[in-house]
Ligand binder design. Structure first.
Ligand code: PMP
Length: 453
């Protein structure tokens, strides 16, 4: 009888047909089909097996790793099936969803600072190493330097690609997080298909593509794509295998992932957007037909609130020109259906559920396309404290504030400041129509993106 661990690998390969591929054929290997949903199940299983084989991990041992990403999920899956304790050290900027996912898989999660670098005792990788050293029977996985990581891809992913492509692969387009995929597949191809080119897809801001192109490691920037791109060269990344590198800006990666879902029906994460964008650029640059493969590294289900959320793109400042006007900070727009709102006859219960689901602390009350009131946490709390048993059945129109202070979308942004000083939320009107609301957090975010470039 197969266990879930036997379902790792042997993932399907499909052909991309709805994008301009120049003279090439382009194929996608769906690593999202692995049981924990990503390419990292393969090295997770292999790194645990290697540690068992050489006695570094014994029965009832503890697995320690520094990650809240796919490696953590893959390791938690393997540890759970095999009866090991697992401790994951996670930087505190990680998305809550990822931390909840790791915990739900049975991992113990230790949060640490995100604002310190390599060499600091609280840096997540240094801390993981210390915890492993202090814990009896613990094994520090260290995917960045563990040779079983690339070996897993050399033994499985590489041969599968070669077989599924009937031995004819001109190029493989890959990203580097730990370097396991690149080095493993690259070594397999070097032995079995030496003409196959390894192409690096890297987020702009990472040091890897510049290193391939210039031989120098520049100062790292920042990027929003998750799972690939680095601020150092991981020991497991053999960049000598790389023939050509592309640096892909975040907006292009995100847009490509969205296009992949719309056009091909494949729900993939942000790193897949980077890989596919680079693969498409490579294909279009060719003057002879080639057979090109890239990967769907993980599922887009983890990124619905980022890659597939237009408000996120607006908050990153990707979609529009900033002009120093109030409209620049209205990220969730009523006219685009993005604003969280209630109708005057909605109950306080409905209002509360919308506020919680939308993660907001105030909502506009809208009748047709007119804003008629605003309700916030203190209005709700007041009603709950004073009201009868049935307070949550009251229509919101009985609790909302109706004396509204509005501001024009075209007003200079600094005119928001006096409103915020008076503890008000700005109700932004665009030529008499309700555009959306602006909060302090929106203004803070505006300064963050303005100062980023
Ligand atoms: N994509 C995603 C989503 C990942 O989580 C990772 C692993 N960090 C990769 C790509 C890159 O894989 P590797 O670690 O083998 O370089």
């Amino acid at each position: 009888m197969a266990s879930v661990l036997d379902l790792i690998g042997e993932t399907p390969l499909i052909e991309v047909t709805q994008f301009d591929r120049g003279p090439c054929r382009l194929f996608l290997k769906l690593e999202s089909a692995n049981p924990s949903g990503s390419i990292k199940d393969r090295p997770a299983r292999a790194m645990v097996a290697a540690a068992e084989a050489d006695g570094r991990l014994g029965p009832a041992g503890t697995i320690v790793e520094a990650t809240a990403g796919n490696t953590g999920l893959g390791l938690a899956l393997v540890a759970g099936r095999k009866g090991y304790r697992i401790v994951l050290v996670v930087p505190d900027k990680m998305a809550r969803e990822k931390i909840l996912h790791c915990k739900a898989m049975g991992a113990e999660v230790i949060l640490t600072r995100s604002d310190v670098g390599r060499g600091h005792p609280d840096y997540y990788q240094d801390l993981a190493e210390t915890i492993a050293a202090r814990t009896h029977g613990a094994f520090f996985i260290n995917q960045f330097a563990n040779p079983a990581n690339p070996q897993a891809h050399q033994d499985t992913t590489g041969p599968e690609i070669f077989r599924q492509m009937q031995g004819r692969v001109d190029a493989v387009v890959l990203g580097v997080g730990s370097g396991g995929t690149l080095t493993g597949i690259g070594r397999f191809m070097a032995k079995n298909s030496p003409a196959t080119r390894m192409i690096l897809a890297d987020p702009s801001g990472s040091v890897l593509a510049p290193f391939v192109e210039t031989g120098q490691v520049p100062k790292a920037g920042s990027w929003a794509v998750e799972g690939i791109g680095e601020d150092f060269i991981p020991p497991n990344a053999d960049l000598n295998l790389v023939h050509k590198a592309y640096a892909i800006p975040d907006p292009e990666s995100f847009a490509t992932a969205r296009d992949l879902l719309r056009r091909e029906g494949v729900l993939a994460g942000s790193s897949t957007g980077t890989l596919l964008a680079a693969a498409l650029r490579y294909c279009r640059e060719q003057d002879k037909p080639q057979r090109v493969v890239t990967l769907v590294c993980d599922s887009g289900a983890k990124y619905l609130s980022k890659v597939f959320n237009p408000v996120y793109a607006a908050q990153e400042g990707w979609d529009y020109e900033r002009q120093g006007r109030v409209r620049d900070v209205v990220f969730a727009r009523f006219s685009e259906g993005e604003e969280v709102l209630v109708h005057p006859n909605d109950t306080l219960r409905t209002t509360f559920l919308r506020m919680r689901a939308g993660d907001v602390s105030q909502v506009p009350v809208v009748d047709g396309d007119r804003i008629v009131g605003l309700v916030d946490e203190s209005d709700m709390l007041g009603a709950a404290l004073e009201g009868s048993e049935r307070a949550f059945d009251l229509p919101v129109k009985e609790v909302m504030v109706t004396r509204l202070e509005t501001i024009s979308a075209d007003a200079p942004i600094r005119e928001l400041v006096p409103l915020f000083r008076r503890d008000l939320v700005a109700i932004v009107m665009d030529g008499g129509r309700f555009l959306g609301i602006a909060t302090r957090l929106d203004l803070i975010n505006y300064f963050r993106i303005a100062k980023k470039r």
